[in-house]
Design a protein around this ligand. Structure first.
Ligand code: HEM
Length: 369
């Protein structure tokens, strides 16, 4: 009996000791955290991370990377959906709705203001010798067709493009959502399809007129005299196109190519890595631009460059339209009927007149006859 009681007591002591050791083992990590340094959650869990995150990155690390534009993989066809948050999108939107919109207004209204001031001070530039009543051909049918193809399509693109940028600030409050949405839908179709007519016009214009637009020393003389635009009776020598017209020509060609390239990139999203290619080329000649551009950023750059080029061209072309119509007597006929007055030709394009029509290369402010 005594021996049996002894064995039971020993068993009880052994159980109590085992229980005490197990208790100490469980409470040990908790003591380490509270008494010593702060321990990272993943370290406390022996490299495993809390929550349902994968790998040995914490949830915070994963979400920080996602916030900074980490691209994951998706099984749907739109691979762009693999980027959940793209911070450059914020920058793009701030640019588009901020400086670009504001400076665009300044460029367009500023140009109109300058042209109005020029008209007030200089008035309409007259044919100094008065119209002769005799005409010579300035532009043939193909040249005029090309001009008006480019001009009409550009004006439609400019108006519908301005609506994309300013419509909701101007037309929406003026006409309400129903009319604004109808105008904008139609405008979008016009913008997308008329773009091809503009591109064709730019190509034709280049082929027809490039040989007349190579800069030469006459242009420096023309520029030195401000083209005779500011002083009555001054007509620096000029060939088919003077230096001012050459600037217009090259603006239309280079601006047109730039608008076409960025426009196509916007029409066919994520398929033309325009800026990555351009940056790579520019880096070869010493620039320090990003070597890779994410597809979504391509779209943002394309939109910004398309708008800046478009606004700059609108400002330049407004000056051209002014001088080709209201600003200069006898100019519009060149693109209207194709025939210009002989005295106009002598005063404004004396070298061309002498060469093409066998007249004397007077000009330089001298009376035409
Ligand atoms: C209603 C609008 C327009 C009018 C009244 C107009 C008028 C003219 C006239 C009269 C000329 C011939 C100048 C000369 O004989 O020396 C001309 C030439 C030209 N136009 Fe226009 N134009 C208009 C719109 C445009 C547009 C929108 C573009 C291009 C986007 C354009 C591009 C050109 C070019 C490149 C030339 C040849 C270079 C020059 O004369 O400046 N025009 N235009």
């Amino acid at each position: 009996m005594g021996a049996e009681r002894n064995i039971r007591a020993k068993k009880l002591v052994a159980c109590a000791m085992a229980f005490a050791m197990a208790f100490m083992a469980f409470t040990a990590p908790a003591q380490a955290q509270t008494q010593g340094r702060e321990v990272d959650a993943s370290e406390a869990l022996g490299g495993r991370v809390p929550g349902a995150a994968l790998g040995n990155s914490s949830d915070a690390q994963i979400w920080r990377a996602v916030r900074r534009g980490l691209q994951g993989s998706v099984s749907i066809p739109n691979k762009q959906a693999g980027i959940m948050i793209q911070s450059e999108g914020d920058n793009w939107r701030a640019w588009r709705n901020g400086p670009m919109t504001v400076y665009g207004v300044w460029a367009v209204l500023g140009t109109i203001g300058l042209l109005a001031l020029f008209f007030a001070l200089r008035g309409r530039i007259k044919i100094d010798a008065g119209p002769s009543g005799r005409t010579v051909e300035r532009f043939n049918f193909l040249e005029r067709f090309t001009h008006w193809l480019t001009a009409v399509s550009f004006i439609l693109l400019a108006l519908t493009g301005l609506n994309l940028l300013y419509g909701r600030h101007v037309l929406l409050p003026a006409f309400g959502p129903e009319i604004f949405s109808t105008i904008s839908m139609a405008g979008k179709f016009i913008h997308n399809y008329i773009a091809y007519a503009f591109m064709a016009g730019v190509v034709l214009m280049f082929l027809l007129w490039v040989r007349h637009n190579i800069p030469n020393k006459n242009d420096l003389a023309w520029m030195a005299k401000g083209g005779g635009l500011f002083v009555k009776g001054v007509h620096p020598p000029s060939e088919k196109f003077n230096a001012g017209q050459k600037i217009i020509f090259w603006s239309v060609i280079l601006g047109g190519v730039s608008l076409a390239a960025t426009g196509l990139s916007l029409l066919f999203p994520f398929s033309i890595p325009l800026f990555e290619i351009s940056f790579t080329v520019l880096n070869v000649i010493g620039a320090d631009l990003p070597a890779t551009v994410a597809p979504i950023q391509e779209m943002q750059y394309a939109q910004i460059w398309h708008t800046i080029t478009g606004i700059a061209m609108i400002a330049i072309i407004m000056a051209h339209i002014y001088i080709g119509s209201l600003g200069m007597e006898g100019a519009f006929a060149a693109m209207g009927s194709g025939q210009v007055d002989e005295n106009w030709a002598r005063e404004h394009h004396n070298l061309w007149y002498a060469k093409e029509h066998g007249g004397a290369a007077t000009g330089g402010g001298q009376p035409a006859e």
